[in-house]
Design a protein around this ligand. Structure first.
Ligand SMILES: C[S@@+](CC[C@H](N)C(=O)[O-])C[C@H]1O[C@@H](n2cnc3c(N)ncnc32)[C@H](O)[C@@H]1O
Length: 376
């Protein structure tokens, strides 16, 4: 093994031959750099032997200096710059490749007739890459692994070919800022229903410990959100579907909501308490004869029990408006979400059943969506 002192000597001579100024200092810097030592401490290692690999590295460095007529610092800067350039161009390549993958995915989704293909593809990519949809392309400089590509492809096929809603594929949906587990046992909570919850929270703001009944809980979106938003409230949620009650209970755990309880009941059948401050319901409201006209993905994946109602869709509004007076305190609130074109008839039903101060609230699409009144 060649000793460090000899390599230093050799390097100094080499640089001298090429007329470098301060060849000893330059040689020390090269050797210290290759051996990852501090130049000042180099002399403590005079006897250290250099491996073949280390010797080659020193020689290559010296050759680079001679070829480029550059001192140690110049070559170092060049090397670092090169690494930096390589990193930059690698990132650019990833970005190009990822954008191409995204655009192919959008095309595929579009070809299969799914609405908003760009949005859908972005949701899929951001879900798999665990990032935010809005900053997705900013994160595109990283390599998408083969495993991630496989997952993206699987989800895209489920969405585009099978038309499965993304919420069921991902198994979750956000509602009022809370996360809800969803699967085919429950309706996917809709953004309009957040308006209903918002109204309910504001109607209960003056009551210290409001007792609330939610009829047809589904995923538990309304009950759990009310329980979280009104921490003093006691919420009872009922549903006729065992599957829905299972999901609602999982969501209760997931959101750590202690002040909500779920029971199985056909509307009021198993409800014993009779002095609620509020009854809220987003019941099934699609008329049977309109069911066939629903979007394919709704019919295929969402539970029919959560969607359709007899009496041209008014069955639950009629029943609940009639019975609610027996379960509410006087001044108690009845709040419904209603379907397109149903609000005026529901308002009339409530008036006919001793409710007053009835208001109708429109959703973001200017559709009359919520009907709220107070028991006289
Ligand atoms: C439109 S979904 C609403 C789900 C949830 N509240 C939401 O807003 O996302 C209606 C729910 O009512 C339930 N349901 C249907 N018939 C019922 C009945 N007779 N008694 C109680 N719940 C019923 C369904 O199982 C379904 O979960």
């Amino acid at each position: 093994m060649e000793k460090l002192i000899n390599i230093l000597k050799f390097s100094e001579e080499y640089l001298k031959k090429y007329s470098f100024s301060k060849p000893r200092l330059q040689a020390e810097k090269v050797v210290a750099y290759v051996l990852k030592l501090d130049r000042i401490s180099l002399y403590a290692y005079f006897d250290r032997g250099l491996s073949e690999g280390e010797k080659v590295q020193v020689k290559n460095f010296l050759k680079e200096m001679a070829r480029n007529r550059m001192d140690f610092e110049g070559i170092l800067e060049k090397l670092e710059n090169k690494n930096f350039q390589e990193i930059v161009s690698e990132k650019e390549n990833h970005k190009k490749e990822n954008l191409q993958l995204l655009s192919q995915s959008v095309d595929y989704i579009e070809k299969n007739g799914v609405e908003n293909p760009k949005l859908e593809a972005e949701y899929i990519f951001s879900h798999v890459l665990k990032t935010n949809r809005l900053t997705l392309t900013l994160d595109f400089t990283r390599k998408i692994t083969e495993e991630e590509k496989k997952l993206i492809k699987e989800i895209i096929i489920k969405r585009a070919k099978d038309k499965k809603p993304l919420q069921y594929i991902f198994g979750e949906e956000e509602f009022f800022g809370y996360k809800f587990k969803v699967d085919e046992r429950v309706l996917i909570p809709r953004p309009e229903t957040e308006l209903l919850v918002e109204q309910c929270v504001s109607m209960m703001s003056d009551i210290k410990t409001p007792f609330i009944l939610d009829i047809g809980v589904g995923s538990g979106a309304i009950s759990i959100t009310l329980a979280k938003e009104i921490s003093e409230a006691k919420v009872l949620g009922v549903d006729i579907s065992d599957g829905a009650l299972e999901v609602a209970n999982e969501n209760k755990e997931l959101n750590g909501a202690r002040n909500v309880k779920f029971i199985k009941s056909d509307v009021f059948q198993n409800v014993n308490y009779k002095a609620f401050d509020m009854i809220v319901s987003n019941p099934p409201y699609i008329p049977e004869k309109e069911y066939s006209e629903l979007m394919h993905e709704v019919k295929k994946y969402e539970p029919k029990l959560a969607l359709t109602a007899n009496d041209e869709g008014f069955y639950f509004y009629k029943l609940i408006s009639r019975e609610a007076v027996n379960y509410l305190k006087s001044g108690g609130v009845l709040a419904f979400e209603v379907g397109y074109n149903q609000a005026q008839r529901v308002k009339k039903m409530m008036e006919d059943n001793d409710f007053e101060n009835i208001v109708i609230i429109k959703d973001y699409h200017q559709i009359e969506r919520i009907v709220i009144g107070k028991k006289k």
